[in-house]
Design a protein around this ligand. Sequence first.
Ligand code: PMP
Length: 403
Amino acid sequence: MTTSLLRVPPPQGLLRPLAVPERLLLGPGPSNVPPRILAAGGQQLLGHMHPEVLQVMDEIKAGIQYAFQTQNQLTLAISGTGHCAMEAALLNLLEHGDTALVAISGIWGQRAADIARRLGSNVHELLKPPGEYFAPWDIEEGLVQHKPSVLFITHGESSTGVLQPLEGLGELCHRHGCLLLVDAVASLGGAPIFMDQQEIDVLYSGSQKVLNAPPGSAPISFSERARSSSSLELCFTREKMLRRKTKPPSFYLDMGWLANYWGCDGEPRRYHHTAPINSFFSLREGLAMLVELGLESSWERHQANCAQLCQGLHDLGLELFVKEEKARLPTITTVRVPEGYDWKEITAFLMDNHAIEIAGGLGPSVGKVLRIGLMGCNSTSGNVDCVLRALRDALGCCHRSRL
Ligand code: PMP
């Protein structure tokens, strides 16, 4: 009898079938994936350099150009989640010693500042309390004082439920010799954004919110100005005119390599990494559904369902966290945790009794708010009714906190 060489036994969990319960995902993301997108992601694999996959990548690029309202050549999907796109944006734009101005009114500014510091940048923070947004004069003050080369700002602050107005910011940044970098992970497709008209230099998003695809691919686009004022120019032309003194510190996220892989530099495409092909199939379908619906209809739908939700929350006696109606993010609504309740009990009650996910706060809004997301196919009047019914039930049943 042979004695086994194995010291680690087969894990019992893996010998059981995968179990995925049905849930209505009304948190800040991911949102539910409709059957058409699930089917696309479940297709058989092709090689990552096969012409059919390259064609899908071209279609994704065109879909992102539409969703972002941009003609930028350097438009593609990062193989990673929203954080990956955030890192890609910052590490291609910033070098050791560069100055970055980061507008912080929630967790995403905090994260961007952290990443920029890791890159050795000189980071200055512009602060607003959670629930508020920046006015152009706040930004201008920071630009004048710190003379940054990049300004980071979040369009849809999913931790606080605020929609940051972007009008005039691009022009303002450019007047001060600064690039405008915008995070639209939580807002894209749910609230208007016009990359070219608003003079945004770098814009990124995610796949798992309004686009209703699984997490794992992140749309991103760089303006000509961003391209030529960073190392990207070198990568595009492969000339020796280095504006950057150093290469971007990540090979995986080097936009020069990615530009080539995505066919943005006019050169034959070279292998850079094995693309998450099935994620790309899913993202392609998510973008196709947005194109079929049309951006304007999508914006209107998110606005209308958000308004219905806000009215319903108000009728339940709950207080919306964002006071100003026009500053409310149409994709994610924040409501104050009602006096005397434990937010964890409420979210657990909805999950256990209604199979609905909503979330508590994040970063500076932890313990203060509940977050309800209505994104893409989840943004329906029926889902608003569902979550309001479940909340009414929770308010009736959850024990008053003894804390
Ligand atoms: N930015 C914003 C505004 C977000 O809402 C999120 C995701 N909640 C991210 C960035 C990070 O995206 P991911 O979780 O896909 O890495």
